[in-house]
Every structure is written in C-alpha cells, then in structure tokens.
Design a protein around this ligand. Sequence first.
Ligand SMILES: [Fe+2]
Length: 211
Amino acid sequence: MQPQWISDHLCWTGVNQTNSHDLTPLPYNEDTIAYVVDRVIQVQDYLGQRILLENLSSYVTYQSSMMTEWEFFNEIARRADCHILLDVNNIFVSAHNHQFDPIDYLNGIDVDRVMQFHLAGHSYNGEMIIDTHDHDVCDPVWSLYESALKRFGAVSNVIERDGDIPEFRQLRQELAIAEDIASRTLSADALKMNAYSKNNEYLELDYGRTA
Ligand SMILES: [Fe+2]
C-alpha cells in the first residue's frame, strides 16, 4: 500500500515489555519533546513521508509538565516537521477534564499542519468525560468542529464509532450534520478545493478501531 497518510497518537502505551493497551499522555516538557521529535524523524525517514500525530483524550496530568498540551503538540510537529491529526472530540474531553478553553487549543495549533479531523461521542459520568466512542457526537463538539473549520479550513473528517453502533441510516445522519456545518461554515471554493485539488475524501465514516 501507498497510503496518503499514516498516523499515530502522541502518547505512550507501556513500559518494560508491558503494554497497557491504553493511550496515556506524556509529560509536556522539553525532555519529552526532544525524545518524541527524534523518534518521529526516525519513522518519517524510514517511511519516506511525513506522518500525522494525533492528540488523545486524557484523564491525568504530570507535575513535570511545563507547558500546555497544545504548545507541546505544536512544538513537536514543528521540530519534527510532521502533520497533525486534530481529534476535535479529544480536545473537548481533555478541556473538560483539565479545565482549559478548547478554543485556546485550536488557536495554538499551526493552520498548515492539520490534515484531518476526528469527531466522536463520549460518556460523562458527572465528573469526568471518558472517550468511549459509543455515543452520537454531542452539540458542544459540533460547535467546536465549526470553530475548527473556521480556523483550519476544509480539512477532511472521520467520525469515529467503536461501540453501541446504530443503524447505518443514523450514522449517515451524523455525516449529514457534519456536511451541513461544513457547507455553512466554508466557502464553496474551499469545499471544492478539498474535494478535488487535495485529492482527499471530503468526509468519511470510519468503522475501524481508532481512538
Ligand atoms: Fe481520534
């Protein structure tokens, strides 16, 4: 295969041969930036193409973090010269759990690096939001998606759904909401450019296991 994009999450998953099978956030500091940048460059050199890094939902922070997540994420993308996969739902989840403004996150990311959005549903337990991918996309995430379109333009989009999967017709309705928001938010020229010039699928549903 010669995929147009190859992506992975900006996270760690295990230590000492033990895999947690979960996506765990990194400490946001210079040491981690240097560590990750070195590895992203290694991977890109091997693949012969730039990869996309994706932000994850998180439930913990570290005392050794010295910057915001978006400063950390953006700095790695700049130094490694990689692309960004911006999971809009994950920004919303982490913003709630860690009490930051999701718009600050969007504004802290370089426009030209973002190649794809993700949207998904989540679960709220009254205190924290968990990124369960088993609900419809909620209104605040649609609103954040609109803000993302305004900042980043016509970026392709995947709606992620891993559990409690409804009838296809209902999934198609979610896609129609995304299409409607995009057509209201973006100019016709921008939509056309994305659909044809950039050779990307404008919007697509993803049934695979993604986080
Ligand atoms: Fe995602």
